[in-house]
Design a binder for this molecule. Structure first.
Ligand SMILES: [Zn+2]
Ligand SMILES: [Zn+2]
Length: 352
């Protein structure tokens, strides 16, 4: 125990567009049901970037210094006396939301909807861009040896995709359309293909992202700068449409393209969260009895996401396009706020 247990480095959002590498108190030793984890890497999520650029997401406002980051993995350094599931030295992914475990939502398996959930990097709860965290054992998941620390943070967005597809179900013969081919869009393709979806089409306005999407199992891509989603999907499906649609762009106007391409009885799931209201042709949706789903983060999905990441043949590593050390975290966020088109997931790597 030679390390200094008084101050830790942390990436602290002080104000809009101002992140400093500051010192925070060490969280100390774990409680009986907790583990102490040395953070190895943290992915930067769209929500982190929004807090950085705007200081808020909807009603969540950063009005005090906030440690960002919720897509984390690390090494277990110490365990509480009642911990049995993980051991010292295990490489683990950390599920970032800690619910109250007392309310109806918690008891019915929908703990992502717990009103008292403490979710990392959502004001006022600090996130994981720091050297050590204490975390409950039940939200700490041992990672298999073929998942390294540079893809460990992808378990979080992969859990979002798992949650969405668990809601809608998927089976052989299903034709999937994914609107938006960023990290979550690409990972939705991975999950769809792994769980039996037959054919996946995805869209984006960025050819480099579409290229990544094809590497993640997408069979056909549509660049919306040059093609119309409706025309192209009609052409590909011989006007039969697609029966499972996942909206990953957060751009509410897309629904006007998604309702027409859905086959009768199809399911549309809203995954991307934007700021605009939805305005859509309800009659068109009703006359096909479309089912519109919404999701919020995930519940009971981490272990499934880990199984998928462990067994997939798709090279998830390709989604990690940029890396910064924790010492350069403020450059990382400045870059993330205005990235080059080739960028998909940006990682803060504590080992470099
Ligand atoms: Zn995220
Ligand atoms: Zn609860």
């Amino acid at each position: 125990m030679g390390e200094n247990r008084h101050k830790l480095k942390a990436a602290i959002l002080k104000d809009k567009r101002s992140i400093i590498l500051g010192d925070i108190p060490d969280p100390g030793t774990p409680a009986s049901d907790e583990v102490r984890v040395k953070i190895l890497s943290v992915g930067i999520c769209g929500s982190d970037v929004h807090y950085y650029t705007d200081g808020r997401i909807g009603s969540f406002i950063v009005d005090a210094p906030l440690i960002l980051g919720h897509e984390a993995c690390g090494i277990v350094e110490q365990i509480g006396e009642n911990v049995t599931k993980v051991s010292v030295g295990d490489f683990v992914a950390l599920e970032p939301g800690i619910p109250c475990k007392k309310c109806k939502e918690c008891f019915t398996g929908n703990y992502n909807l717990c009103k008292k959930i403490k979710f990392w990097a959502t004001p006022p709860i600090n996130g994981a861009l720091t050297e050590y965290v204490l975390h409950p054992e039940i939200f700490t998941f041992k990672l298999p040896s073929n998942i390294n620390h540079s893809i460990g943070p992808l378990i979080e967005p992969l859990s979002v995709a798992v949650h969405a597809i668990t809601k809608t179900g998927i089976q052989p013969g299903d034709i999937v359309f994914i609107n938006g081919s960023g990290t979550v869009g690409c990972l939705t393709s991975v999950v769809a293909k792994t769980l039996g979806g037959s054919y996946v089409i995805s869209s984006d306005n960025n050819e480099l992202r579409l290229n990544l999407a094809r590497k993640m199992g997408v069979d056909k891509t549509i660049n919306i700068l040059s093609d119309s989603i409706i025309n192209k999907v009609n052409q590909i499906t011989k006007s039969l449409g697609v029966n499972l649609i996942y909206e990953c762009s957060g751009y509410s106007k897309s629904l006007n393209d998604l309702i027409p391409i859905s086959s009768p009885g199809g399911k549309i799931t809203l995954i991307g969260m934007g700021n605009q209201k939805y305005d859509f042709d309800a009659v068109d949706a009703m006359s096909k009895e479309l089912q519109i789903y919404t999701i919020f983060r995930y519940a009971n999905s981490y272990f499934k996401a880990i199984e998928i990441a462990k067994n997939t043949n798709f090279n998830l590593q390709e989604l990690i396009t940029d890396r910064f050390s924790i010492d350069n975290v403020s450059d990382a966020f400045e870059y993330a706020s205005n990235p080059e088109p080739r960028t998909c997931k940006i990682l803060i790597d504590f080992t470099s």
